[in-house]
Design a protein around this ligand. Structure first.
Ligand SMILES: Cc1ncc(COP(=O)(O)O)c(C=O)c1O
Length: 379
């Protein structure tokens, strides 16, 4: 029997392999430092929970609008206008199960077999799998570490061919942590307009910026609204990772195809969870802002040294020499010489997640990290 379908058998399995390994070690009681996902450290703010409970008590438990409840989408339209400077109507917003679902629907709606999708390296591994599932071909545009992983026009222009369909952006970036400037985004916008390309912008970290960095949504740049699919989620800043709620915005011409994928996949997002998320957007923002500023979340100095360390870890995972300190092999336990378990993935260490102190302590004891960019980042 042929199993599974070719598009699954031939694609990348990168995204979840490390998560699986870490889960096994967790279950075995190993004291793991989780670097393979960015789990917020705080509980979800109470007013969000209360709104969800109230929705349940009010009997909001039945099928709803496939695009998301109207009142929630209205609240999102206002947030998009006020915070992102984006002008979308309620029918250009679709509520999804987290950002992962939003971008999956976008990839599936946008990519035909053979289409090329440009990912900026360092990239987020899920985007490889999604490109491949849609039948597309991943094309990597390397960003230069020496240049702070800044976007340059040349780096992307060199990768554009007749088959290029979409450029994928993560802003603020994971794993580098870079918050792209308006000028950097303009490079992508210029190329997208010149070559008639789509841009998928993953803005899951939109609120998590420091030191005066301004988050700019690329869809707000002239000429980009109609060719950008922007994905958002409540996951990180609102500490709602387990709630699985996000949303995607796109021009009215693009949205029906995205809705077809999302609706076929899940019908719609859990209705009382949407009420909780509505309270997150409409209610006080102070609890969210306080979590973002909390010492445990906030990198000790600027984002960049931390993010460079994350990118370093990503590279380390490929280095044989590193196996002395910890093993990255799928079949072995990931342990350092002291027996402490460390899981890692292509996204590298995530100082934003709960184990940052333990990670910092480990990183400080690592010869490589001392000589690299983690020096002084051990608070
Ligand atoms: C860049 C990026 N996109 C998407 C996600 C996943 O978001 P969600 O949990 O809302 O699906 C993450 C999680 O770490 C991420 O870093």
């Amino acid at each position: 029997m042929k199993w599974p379908a070719q598009r699954l058998a031939s694609g990348s399995k990168k995204s979840f392999g490390m998560y699986d390994e870490a889960a096994k070690l967790d279950a075995a009681g190993v004291d793991l430092i989780h670097l393979e996902f960015g789990r917020p450290h705080a509980d979800t703010p109470d007013h969000i929970k209360q709104a969800t409970k109230a929705a349940l008590d009010a009997g909001i438990v039945h099928y709803g609008d496939f695009r998301g409840t109207l009142s929630f989408r209205q609240a999102l339209v206002k947030k998009l206008r006020d915070f992102n400077k984006l002008d979308y109507g309620v029918d250009e917003v679709l509520v999804t199960n987290g950002l992962t679902h939003a971008s999956f629907a976008a990839f599936m709606a946008a990519i035909d077999p053979g289409d090329e999708v440009i990912l900026l390296d360092p990239y987020y591994p899920q985007h490889i799998g999604k490109t491949q599932l849609a039948g597309g071909k991943v094309v990597i545009a390397h960003l230069d570490e020496a240049n702070g992983f800044a976007i340059t026009k040349e780096a992307i222009a060199a990768k554009i061919t007749e088959r290029t369909r979409m450029i994928v952006l993560i802003n603020p970036a994971n794993p580098t942590g870079r918050v792209y400037t308006r000028a950097e985004l303009q490079h992508i916008a210029d190329l997208a307009i010149e070559h008639d390309l789509l841009v998928l912008s993953d803005e899951v970290y939109e609120y998590i910026t420091y030191d005066g960095a301004e988050h700019v949504s690329i869809a707000s740049l002239p000429g980009m609204r109609e060719r950008t699919i922007t994905c958002f989620a409540f996951t990180k800043a609102y500490s709602m990772d387990g709630w699985r709620v996000g949303y995607v915005t796109a021009d009215a011409r693009l949205m029906p195809a995205i809705l077809t994928i999302a609706m076929t996949d899940v019908t719609h997002v859990n209705v009382f969870v949407q009420e909780g998320a509505r309270a997150a957007v409409e209610g006080p923002q102070e609890p969210m802002l306080a979590m973002v500023e909390a010492p445990r979340l906030r990198p000790p100095s600027t984002l960049f040294p931390i993010s460079a360390a994350r990118a370093e870890a990503r590279r380390i995972s490929r280095w044989r020499s590193c196996r002395k300190r910890m093993s990255w092999s799928r079949r072995e336990a990931f342990t350092d010489p002291a027996g402490k378990g460390i899981s890692a993935s292509a996204s590298g260490p995530n100082p934003r997640c709960g184990s940052s102190r333990r990670w910092s302590a480990w990183a400080a004891s690592s010869t490589h990290f001392k000589s690299a960019t983690y020096q002084g980042e051990t608070a």
